[in-house]
Design a protein around this ligand. Structure first.
Ligand SMILES: Nc1nc2c(c(=O)[nH]1)N[C@H]1C(S)=C(S)[C@@H](COP(=O)(O)OP(=O)(O)OC[C@H]3O[C@@H](n4cnc5c(=O)[nH]c(N)nc54)[C@H](O)[C@@H]3O)O[C@H]1N2
Ligand SMILES: Nc1nc2c(c(=O)[nH]1)N[C@H]1C(S)=C(S)[C@@H](COP(=O)(O)OP(=O)(O)OC[C@H]3O[C@@H](n4cnc5c(=O)[nH]c(N)nc54)[C@H](O)[C@@H]3O)O[C@H]1N2
Ligand code: SF4
Ligand SMILES: [Mo]
Length: 684
C-alpha cells in the first residue's frame, strides 16, 4: 500500500497538503494530512473520507444530451466528439447571430487549481466572450482589507503559536478552516492563549472561546469602533507606532470619541461590559492575532466592517511582534505570471464583463448587467453550481430555463445547475488531473500530479477547452500544451522552480520576511501608511457614496421591518463545502436536513415549536425547512447552515431564493448574510 502526495483543491483557505492511499490505478483508500508545516497532519473529516466522493455511484460517467424539457433531468448519452461538436456549433451560432459577447463561459472555484480553474478564463479571452466579475466570495472582504492595508499580506498563520490572544472574527473556523483551531489548540497548550470569537451565533468555534461576542449581523464596524475607543481612552494605543506607520490617526481618535461601548451596545446588542473586556484583553498584549474571516463581510456594510476590524492592530502596534497583527488573505506572497493561465495576451479591450453574482438578473435581460450588449445565448459552466449557490435563485432559475439559452455544464455530479443543462459533460476530480495550487489562507505554493486515472469518460477542464478551441480554430499555445506543460511554463515565467522540481519539493514556502508580512517596511498604500480613512471611491466602479467616510456603522443593509422582522444568516455547514459534498451519504446524514435555528423566545412568540416545519420568506421568495430552538443567537436573528441542494427543501427553490443580488458597495459581492425575512408556520 502506498501513499501518494496530493493537494486539496476545494475552495478553502487551508489548501491542505494531502497523502492519498492509492489502492490501484483507479482506486483510492484513506486520505490524510501531510507534514506540510501549516497542514501539520490535520485535515477535515469530509476530505479524509474522499473515497466516498471520488468513487460515488452518482459520478457522471459520460456526456449527456437533454431529451426532456429543461430541468426535467431526462438525458441520453452522447459521444464526446458529438458533444464537443454540438457545443462548438452552439457557440458559433451565438457568435454569428449576436456577437461573441453573447457567449458566457461561467466558472468559479469548485477547484482552486490554477490550470483547471483558469480554463474558462482562457476561453473567454480567446473568444472575446463576455468576461466575468468574480465577486461571489471575496470581493467585499478584499475591498475592505485593501482600503487600509493596501496589500494582500499579513501575519503568517504559523505565528499563532506565539500569540497570547487569538481573535476569530466572522469565521467559523471549526467548520471552514480546521487548521486555525488546531494551531489555536497548540498555542493554548503551550502558553495559555486566549480565544475571542466575534459571530452572531454560538458556533462550534464560539463554544471554545473565552469570550464570544454574539453581535447582530452586519454590526461589526460599530463593535470595532467601540473597541478602538477603549484602546485609545485607556492607554492601549501605541502612539509611537501610529506616528510612524499610519495616516491621520489623530483625526481617527477624535472620530472614535463619541463611539463608545454604550453606543455600540445599542447597535450590536453586545453588552458594553463585554466590549470593554475584549478591548482590555486585546490591548494588554501586542501578541494578538486577528484572523479576519469572510463571513462577516457578506453584507452591504461588509467592506466597512472588514476595514474597521483591520484597524485594530494598527492602533495597538500589534504588527510589531511575532504572533501579533492580522491575517485576512496572504495570497500577495506569490505573483504568478498568469499570461498562459488566462491566455491574457488574447484579451481584447472593451469587452463586456458580467458580475457573476448577478447571473439571475443578467440571464433575464437586466440592462444594468447587459449594457448595450447582446443577451447571453450560450454558456459553458465549470467549477460552479449557480442554480444553488448564486443569490436570487428565482431569477437564476428563470434565466437558466430560457428556451433560447444553450447551457453546457461540465461537472462531477448531476448538480442543480447540471440538471438545467442542454448538455452535461463529465469532469475529473483533482485526484485525476495535475494542477498548481496557491492559497488564500497560507503562504504555500504546491504542485500535485494525478493520483489515479480519470473516472469512466470524464475529462478535465483544460482538455475540454482545448478540444473546443481546436474546433473553433483558435491557434494559441495555451490551448496546445498539456496541463503539466502549462504548470511548468507558468512556474518558470514566475521565477519559481519548474513543475518537476516543485512537485518533488511537495510545497514551496513563499512567505516573505517578517518585516514585509507585518508591513513594517510599509503598507501597500501610496505613502506606505495604514489608512484609517479609506478612499472608497478609488476602490472600484460601484457606488461608494453610501459608505461612511471613516469606520462607522450605518443602516445600509437590509433592515428588519414590521413585515420582515428577522435577519437571516446562511452560514457554511460543517460537512458541506458550499454545494460540494452534498452528494455524499455521510455528509447528508450528519447535516440531517435543512434547518433554521431560531431563538426559543422568538419561536414561542410566533406560536411555533422546536422541530416544526416553518416557512421563511421575503419579496424575493420563500422556502420551507425545519426549525430548531437555539439560544445561541440574539432574538431577531435566524441561522440556516448552507448550502443544501435545492431539492432538499420541502418547498421553494432553495435557500438563495431569499438572498438578494444587488451589488454590494463599493464594487460588488455576494450578500449572503444580509437578508430580512418573515417566519411563519407551515404544514408538511
Ligand atoms: N465546511 C465548510 N468549509 C468551508 C466552506 C463551507 O461551505 N463549508 N466554504 C468555503 C468557502 S467558499 C469560503 S469563502 C471559506 C470562508 O471561510 P471564512 O473566511 O473562515 O469564513 P466563514 O467561516 O465562512 O464565516 C462564517 C461565519 O461568519 C458568521 N457571520 C455571518 N454574518 C456575520 C456578521 O455580520 N458578523 C460576524 N462577526 N460574523 C458573521 C457566520 O455566522 C459564520 O459563523 O470557507 C470555506 N470552507
Ligand atoms: N446562501 C449562501 N450561498 C453562498 C454562500 C453562503 O455562505 N451562503 N457562500 C458563497 C461562496 S463564499 C462561494 S465561494 C460560492 C461557491 O460556489 P461554487 O463555486 O459554485 O461552489 P462549490 O460547491 O465550491 O463548487 C461548485 C462545483 O464545482 C465542481 N467541481 C469541482 N472541481 C471541478 C473540476 O475540476 N472541474 C469541473 N468542471 N467542476 C469541478 C463541484 O463538483 C461542484 O459542484 O457560493 C456562495 N453561495
Ligand atoms: S477542505 Fe479545507 S480543511 Fe478540508 S482538506 Fe481541503 S483544504 Fe483542508
Ligand atoms: Mo467562498
Amino acid at each position: 500500500m502506498s501513499y501518494v502526495p496530493s493537494v486539496c483543491p476545494h475552495d478553502c483557505p487551508s489548501a491542505c497538503a494531502l497523502e492519498v492511499e492509492r489502492l490501484g490505478p483507479d482506486r483510492i483508500g484513506k486520505v490524510r494530512g501531510a507534514a506540510q508545516p501549516y497542514t501539520d497532519g490535520v485535515i477535515c473529516a469530509k476530505v479524509s473520507r474522499y473515497a466516498e466522493r471520488v468513487h460515488h455511484p452518482d459520478r457522471l460517467r459520460q456526456p449527456l444530451r437533454r431529451v426532456g424539457p429543461k430541468g426535467s433531468g431526462r438525458f441520453e448519452p452522447i459521444a464526446w466528439d458529438d458533444a464537443l461538436d454540438l457545443l462548438a456549433a452552439k457557440f458559433v451560432e451565438a457568435r454569428d447571430g449576436f456577437g461573441a459577447e453573447s457567449i458566457w463561459p461561467y466558472h468559479y472555484a469548485g477547484t482552486m487549481g490554477h490550470v483547471q480553474r483558469g480554463a474558462a478564463k482562457r476561453l473567454r479571452h480567446a473568444l472575446g466572450a463576455s468576461l466575468q466579475g468574480e465577486t461571489i466570495c471575496s470581493t467585499i472582504a478584499e475591498s475592505g482589507w485593501m482600503a487600509g492595508a493596501g496589500r494582500k499580506l499579513g501575519t503568517d498563520p504559523r505565528e499563532m503559536a506565539q500569540s497570547d490572544v487569538i481573535v476569530l472574527w466572522g469565521t467559523n473556523a471549526a467548520s471552514t478552516q480546521i487548521q486555525v483551531m488546531s494551531w489555536f489548540a497548540k498555542a493554548r497548550r503551550a502558553r495559555g492563549t486566549k480565544l475571542v470569537v466575534v459571530d452572531p451565533y454560538r458556533t462550534a468555534t464560539a463554544e471554545r472561546a473565552d469570550l464570544h461576542l454574539m453581535l447582530r449581523p452586519g454590526t461589526d464596524a460599530a463593535l470595532a469602533c467601540a473597541v478602538m475607543h477603549v484602546l485609545f481612552a485607556e492607554g492601549y494605543a501605541d502612539r509611537d507606532y501610529l506616528e510612524r506607520h499610519t495616516a491621520r490617526w489623530q483625526d481617527f481618535e477624535a472620530h472614535l470619541r463619541p463611539r463608545d461601548p454604550a453606543w455600540a451596545e445599542a447597535i450590536t446588542g453586545v453588552p458594553a461590559d463585554s466590549i470593554i473586556a475584549f478591548a482590555r484583553m486585546y490591548g494588554a498584549t501586542k501578541r494578538s492575532f486577528l484572523r479576519l474571516g469572510m463571513g462577516f463581510t457578506r453584507s452591504r456594510l461588509g467592506a466597512v466592517s472588514m476595514h474597521a476590524a483591520s484597524c485594530l492592530p494598527a492602533v495597538t502596534g500589534a504588527w510589531t511582534v511575532e504572533g501579533g497583527g492580522a491575517l485576512w488573505n496572504p495570497s500577495g506572497v506569490v505573483a504568478l505570471d498568469r499570461t498562459l493561465l488566462d491566455a491574457a495576451d488574447l484579451a481584447r479591450p472593451g469587452v463586456r464583463g458580467i458580475d457573476m453574482c448577478r447571473i439571475g438578473p443578467a440571464l433575464t435581460g437586466d440592462r444594468r448587467d447587459l449594457g448595450e450588449g447582446p443577451p447571453v445565448k450560450a454558456m459553458l459552466v465549470q467549477n460552479s453550481n449557480p442554480a444553488s449557490v448564486a443569490p436570487d435563485s428565482t431569477l437564476v432559475r428563470r434565466g437558466l430555463e430560457r428556451e433560447d439559452l444553450f447551457l453546457c455544464v461540465h461537472e462531477q455530479f448531476m448538480t442543480d445547475t447540471a440538471r438545467m443543462a442542454d448538455l452535461v459533460l463529465p469532469a475529473t476530480t483533482f485526484l485525476e488531473h495535475d494542477d498548481l495550487y496557491t492559497s488564500y489562507g497560507t503562504p504555500f505554493l504546491q504542485v500535485a500530479r494525478a493520483v489515479i486515472e480519470p473516472f469512466a469518460e470524464s475529462r478535465d477542464n483544460h482538455d475540454v477547452v482545448c478540444a473546443l478551441a481546436s474546433r473553433l480554430g483558435i491557434d494559441h499555445p495555451a490551448f496546445q500544451m498539456s496541463g503539466w506543460q502549462m504548470i511548468d511554463a507558468t512556474l518558470r515565467a514566475s521565477n519559481l522552480p519548474g513543475a518537476e522540481e516543485a512537485a518533488s519539493m511537495r510545497w514551496i514556502d513563499c512567505a516573505k520576511s517578517f518585516e514585509t508580512m507585518h508591513f513594517l517596511d510599509g503598507f501597500g498604500t501610496p505613502d506606505g501608511r495604514f489608512r484609517f480613512k479609506p478612499d472608497w471611491a478609488a476602490a472600484g466602479a460601484g457606488d461608494a457614496s453610501v459608505l461612511p467616510e471613516w469606520p462607522d456603522w450605518l443602516p445600509i443593509d437590509e433592515q428588519a421591518d414590521a413585515e420582515h422582522p428577522f435577519r437571516l444568516v446562511t452560514a457554511p455547514a460543517r460537512d458541506f463545502l458550499n454545494s460540494t459534498f452534498t452528494e455524499t451519504a455521510t455528509a447528508r446524514r450528519s447535516e440531517a436536513r435543512p434547518t433554521v435555528m431560531v431563538h426559543p423566545d422568538d419561536l414561542a412568540a410566533a406560536g411555533l415549536k422546536d422541530g416544526q416545519l416553518v416557512r421563511l420568506g421575503n419579496r424575493r421568495g420563500a422556502v420551507a425547512l425545519h426549525a430548531r430552538a437555539f439560544d445561541g443567537l440574539q432574538r431577531g436573528v435566524l441561522v440556516a447552515e448552507s448550502i443544501w441542494p435545492n431539492g432538499a427543501f420541502v418547498e421553494g427553490i432553495g435557500i438563495n431564493a431569499l438572498t438578494g443580488a444587488e451589488p454590494a458597495p463599493p464594487r460588488g459581492g455576494g450578500l449572503f448574510h444580509d437578508t430580512a425575512v418573515w417566519l411563519r408556520g407551515a404544514s408538511a
